[in-house]
Structure formats: C-alpha cells, structure tokens
Design a protein around this ligand. Structure first.
Ligand code: OGA
Ligand code: MN
Length: 197
C-alpha cells in the first residue's frame, strides 16, 4: 500500500516515520465513539509504569487513562484496525526484515493538563516490543491545544509532532526517547507495540 512506502523509508532512514492518512476522518469518528463508550462505562485504568512488582501509578510521570484492545473483539471498526496493522506488519517484515509476529494496542485518553515525561518504550524484563505505533484520534486538533509528541534524536533538534486525527507515528521502541507535552484539550489515541514474540 502506498501510504506505507514513505513511512517505511523514513523509519529505515531516521528510525521514525509519520503518515497523515492512516485513518480516514470517518474511521477516526467511529473509533472515538467506541473509545468514549468504553471510557464512560468506567473500564479505563490510570496508566502505570513498569511491569508486575515494579508496576506503580505515577501521575508525575504520565497522566493518561488506558484500555487494552481485545484482538477477538466483535467490533467491526476494531477488526478493520487490526487488519490495517497486520498489513503494516507484513510490509515492515518484507522491507525491513524485523521479524514482527504480534501486536498489542490500547486506547489512551489524556485528560486536560496531563502529559508523559521523557522515556523509552521498553520494560526492564521484556524486550519483545520492537516498534512503537501511535494513531491519533483528535479531529480538529489546533496548534494551541498542545499535547505534541516530542521525539528526541541523538545529535539533533527535538521533533514535535501534533496528535492530528488520522495520523500514525511509528518508531523503534527501544531506540527513540520521546515525551508527550501537556495536553490543553482531551487527547485521544490508539497506542501500541509491534512485537517479535
Ligand atoms: C506511550 C507514548 C506517545 C503519544 O504511550 O508510551 O509515548 O504521542 N505515547 O501518545
Ligand atoms: Mn512512549
């Protein structure tokens, strides 16, 4: 698929890539409906950092609320999303020989004023996360709404990426340090990892 070609070129060259047309505006709308229904049902959790015994809620580090997606969901919009991600995985494996075998995704909702401090996406005892993928679900996001993803590359100026609806950002999970600046409006995304196990 054409949208993946440039994205993959950029990942190969710069360790990260962005495409603005991963979701159509209608797909964004439909996923936001699901996200909001589940959020109102009270099933989102305050995000934590670390795994198992290391796990702790840390709103000084990150303030988002998350809900993991179920690969067996009967929801058509979510199944369409999984299909797209699988197509992306196939492309990545064919072009970059990454050996990706599975994925995990969660919805994320950043309430007004929340952020995620500078970090790498890997756990101490879990090296299965190869690529980080973030799909934004914010229609009409304005420059004044804040909430940018900032990518910190070695020996380069930080890159700021606005969380525009339909946009997908992908980077190497253990190589790219990044952060989320305070969101001045509720900020929605589908965030996850492509795994080698
Ligand atoms: C994360 C993360 C970035 C974003 O969830 O680990 O860094 O732009 N998210 O939402
Ligand atoms: Mn991260």
């Amino acid at each position: 698929m054409k949208i993946f070609d440039l994205l993959i070129d950029n990942i190969a060259e710069h360790s990260y890539g962005v495409t603005d047309d991963f979701f159509t505006p209608n797909e964004v709308k439909a996923l936001v409906v699901i996200l909001r229904q589940r959020h109102e049902a009270g099933v989102f959790k305050t995000a934590s950092i670390g795994q198992k015994s290391e796990r702790r809620v840390q709103d000084k580090v990150r303030g988002d609320h998350i809900l993991w997606l179920d690969e067996n969901s009967i929801d058509a919009e979510e199944q369409a999303f999984f299909l797209k991600i699988n197509t992306f995985i196939t492309y990545l494996n064919q072009t970059c020989y990454l050996g990706l075998r599975s994925f995990e995704f969660h919805y994320a909702l950043y309430p007004i004023g929340t952020f995620y401090k500078r970090h790498f996406d890997r756990f101490l005892h879990d090296s299965g996360r190869k690529m980080s993928v973030i799909c934004y679900l914010n229609a009409d996001w304005q420059a004044t709404d804040g909430g940018e993803l900032v990518i910190h590359l070695p020996n380069a100026e930080p890159v700021k990426i606005a969380p525009l609806g339909g946009r997908l950002v992908c980077f190497e999970a253990d190589k790219i340090e990044h952060e989320v600046l305070p969101a001045l409006r509720e900020r929605l995304s589908l965030t996850g990892w492509l795994r080698t196990d």
